[in-house]
Design a protein around this ligand. Structure first.
Ligand SMILES: C[S@@+](CC[C@H](N)C(=O)[O-])C[C@H]1O[C@@H](n2cnc3c(N)ncnc32)[C@H](O)[C@@H]1O
Length: 298
């Protein structure tokens, strides 16, 4: 049986997604991230700290991050943004704040090519959650139970040498392709990451693993500029990609660095890279060996 690809390195930066300082131009093959969602109360304080108090201001902060992602991606590199819309009272009453649509347009404005996106129907323990007034039309609201995986490319398609061994080592199976490249995902149920979605906005590891396998190859660099609990980083490293994560919040960063340390411990099955107070980096044990690598994580 094929062995999995060797783990990739993990580098952490205590920094700002809007600048991506220390990340070189055209050095990243995949950005996989989930930003703070505009108009979700959980993130109000962070947006205020960034100088944004209204919806256009919040979107402007995120647009800066999309611009920085465009700078660091290689030509043909992919940006995948997991984001949900918000329902909240505004001056015109209770209404939808269309984060996915705004992000699509903002990313296009900074130079990305929009691609078909995924509707991720999230597992819920409140299947019948309903906002409205009994059974009388017309004033009830459709339940928001999907998030979006928005997909963009920097420029034209990425090119590979013929029979590129790292690409071949990253192939997916027919059954995976048919399921993963359909537009509605109802089968991603993996456990939420440490801290719980309510407090951290973490997405399931299974979601990160699928997207890493769909849009990068073994040996690539995968960046999460809003790293949070590090879901993207752990998935990317486990699948033989090099992971880079930025996190601005000092407390969240400290927890992230601690988790990287824990995974680095020789006995840990999740062994990863080094972590320090500001940046941390560890080279992988050895470069991916195409002859030994299986379809990563298959
Ligand atoms: C929705 S959470 C990301 C969750 C992550 N996908 C996970 O699975 O844990 C957004 C994260 O971005 C961080 N953040 C907010 N503004 C930031 C900025 N300007 N630069 C870097 N990180 C930022 C927040 O502290 C938070 O941890």
């Amino acid at each position: 049986m094929d062995e999995p690809a060797p783990r990739g390195s993990i580098r952490l930066v205590h920094g700002d997604a809007r600048r991506l300082d220390g990340i070189a131009d055209r050095s990243v093959e995949l950005v996989l991230t989930s930003p703070p969602y505009p108009m979700i109360p959980q993130w109000d304080e962070q947006f205020r700290a960034l100088g944004a108090t209204d919806y256009p201001g919040m979107l402007r902060q995120l647009a800066e991050a999309w611009r920085a992602c465009h700078r660091v991606l290689v030509p043909g590199g992919i940006l995948a943004v997991v984001i949900g819309d918000a329902l909240r009272r505004g001056e015109d009453g209770f209404r939808l704040w269309p984060n996915h649509a705004a992000t699509l347009l903002d990313a296009e404005r900074v130079g990305f090519v929009p691609l078909p996106y995924v509707l991720w129907k999230k597992p819920t323990n409140r299947p019948n959650a309903f906002l409205g007034s009994g059974f009388l039309p017309p004033n009830a609201y459709v339940t928001l139970d999907c998030e979006y995986v928005l997909l963009f490319r920097r420029g034209p398609l990425r090119r590979f040498p013929r029979h590129d061994p790292k690409r071949a080592a990253s192939r997916f199976r027919r059954e995976e392709r048919d399921r993963w490249f359909s537009q509605v995902w109802e089968d991603v149920r993996g456990a939420r990451q440490a801290g719980g979605a309510g407090r951290t906005g973490a997405f399931p590891g299974a979601l990160a693993e699928r997207l890493v396998r769909m849009f990068s190859v073994v040996g690539d660099t995968v960046l999460d500029p809003f790293a949070g609990t590090g879901t993207t980083l752990w998935a990317a490293s486990a699948l033989g990609r090099h992971a880079v994560g930025l996190e601005l919040d000092p407390q969240v960063y400290a927890t992230l660095a601690g988790e990287a340390d824990r995974r680095r411990a020789p006995s840990s099955p999740g062994r990863t890279g080094a972590a320090g107070p500001r940046t941390a980096r560890r080279r992988p044990p050895r470069p991916p060996s195409p002859g030994r690598a299986s379809p990563a994580g298959a």
